[in-house]
Design a protein around this ligand. Structure first.
Ligand code: COS
Length: 383
């Protein structure tokens, strides 16, 4: 549903306030403890953050893509771990069910995901299958009215907290993408276990681990949409949307780092004046603002195209590639402007520098985005 602009502005204002008043003061605590505090999670549930993108018919707010990226510009302005905890329910953990699931599957799972009573997670990556997603080896063999899953999924975001997993597995010997199907697997399924939580460079408070299937039996009705062999396409469609969302989150993070760098440069005096008066510092601030503006225009345009029902696979990759690389450059300049203080945890900017590094890796590396863009051009994408 496209809400009126006043309602959307109210929503963005409410989220901006929530970010500044509730989340920003808890950032250091989350980094230290590697946990999102229970009261913060409850507050996130209360204001509907787990169901932003799930249609109203299934209990969510039903944001359009444009509305979603505008909200992500705000949510991005604090530690990415906060966004990550609601990110899979609004994104890769629910979109597969929403796009290709049966009505029964949608009715069963989406309201619980929207309420935050259930966490959804997306299992594509494996130990030997990262960028080359179609090479995945996990199998799902049909046995009567069940499927039996075997294999290991790696670096799965929110897996430790999840109650359901969207799992891509091979249902036939067909090579590559055509043999892959998508399933909804419940946490309590016999034969499903979790690896130890991964120790990460950043985004502490957001958890990943292996999801392991050893003769894991699930009812045949858990096949998404009831159709075998289309799971790779489901995964790619999920990522098209997910990549636009990550681009918007990266823009939010870049805005926050630019704001912090400007504040520091205005306060910090050297050679008898605030360093913001020096043109070499001004150049770093100006380059950051210019790149953020360019990325914001790009993401909004791609989001509107998607809302118009157009294929945005190439545009989503352009947006993710540019916005996340831009965010990396802004993080680097923000540390540089902070000087030695940029390297000290007390100032928080080093935490952002670590946190945003992941944006250029997950939901497809920058190099995979380049591949998708170039292939699109070769197939005749409009220039
Ligand atoms: N939407 C719908 N269908 C799509 C699609 C999309 N965005 N992208 C590809 N497909 C379809 C293709 O049309 C093709 O179907 P047909 O065989 O019927 O023509 C099929 O999927 C296979 O596509 P393709 O041949 O392009 O697959 P490749 O193995 O060459 O891989 C890339 C494509 C590299 C783009 C894919 O593996 C990828 O995105 N890798 C990165 C994975 C990733 O992001 N991992 C992060 C994990 S989640 S945090």
């Amino acid at each position: 549903m496209i809400r009126d602009s006043e309602t959307q502005t109210l929503l963005e204002d409410a989220i901006r306030r929530f970010v500044r008043e509730t989340l920003v003061p808890r950032e250091a605590e989350v980094d230290e403890t590697d946990q999102i505090p229970a009261d913060v999670l409850a507050a996130m549930r209360e204001i509907g953050l787990f169901g932003l993108t799930i249609p109203e018919a299934y209990g969510g707010l039903g944001l359009t893509m444009e509305e979603e990226v505008r909200v992500a510009f705000e949510l991005g302005q604090t530690s990415p771990a906060f966004r990550s905890v609601i990110g899979t329910n609004n994104g890769i953990g629910s979109i597969g069910i929403l796009l290709d699931g049966s009505e029964e599957q949608k009715r069963h799972y989406l309201p619980k995901l929207a309420a935050g009573d259930l966490i959804g997670s997306f299992c594509l990556t494996e130990p030997d299958s990262g960028s080359d997603a179609a090479s995945l080896k996990t199998t799902a063999r049909r046995d009567g009215d069940q499927y039996v899953l075997n294999g290991t999924k790696r670096y799965i975001t929110n897996a430790p907290e999840a109650g359901i997993y969207t799992v891509m597995a091979r249902t036939s010997d067909a090579k590559g993408a055509s043999g892959i199907s998508a399933f909804i697997v419940e946490r309590e399924s016999p034969g499903l276990s979790l690896g130890k939580p991964d120790k990460k460079m950043g985004q502490r408070g957001a958890h990943t681990c292996d999801v392991i299937f050893e003769n894991c039996r699930i009812p045949a009705g858990q096949l998404i949409g009831g159709v075998e062999g289309v799971g790779f396409k489901t995964a790619m469609k999920v990522l098209d949307k997910g990549r636009l969302h990550i681009a918007a989150v990266a823009i939010g993070a870049a805005k926050r780092m630019l704001r912090d760098a400007l504040a520091y440069a205005t306060e910090r005096k050297q050679f008898g004046q605030p360093i913001v008066e020096f043109q070499l510092v001004q150049a770093m601030l100006a380059d950051s603002k210019t790149e953020i503006y360019a990325a914001e225009c790009m993401v909004l345009d791609a989001a509107r195209r998607r809302d118009d029902g157009r294929d945005v696979s190439v545009e989503a990759s352009c947006a993710k590639y540019f916005a996340t690389e831009m965010c990396g450059r802004v993080a680097d300049r923000a540390v540089q402007i902070h000087g030695g203080a940029g390297y000290i945890s007390e100032y928080g900017i080093e935490r952002f520098y670590r946190d945003v590094r992941l944006f250029r890796l997950y939901e497809g590396t920058s190099q995979i985005q380049q591949v998708i863009i170039a292939r699109g051009l070769m197939r005749g994408t409009e220039i």
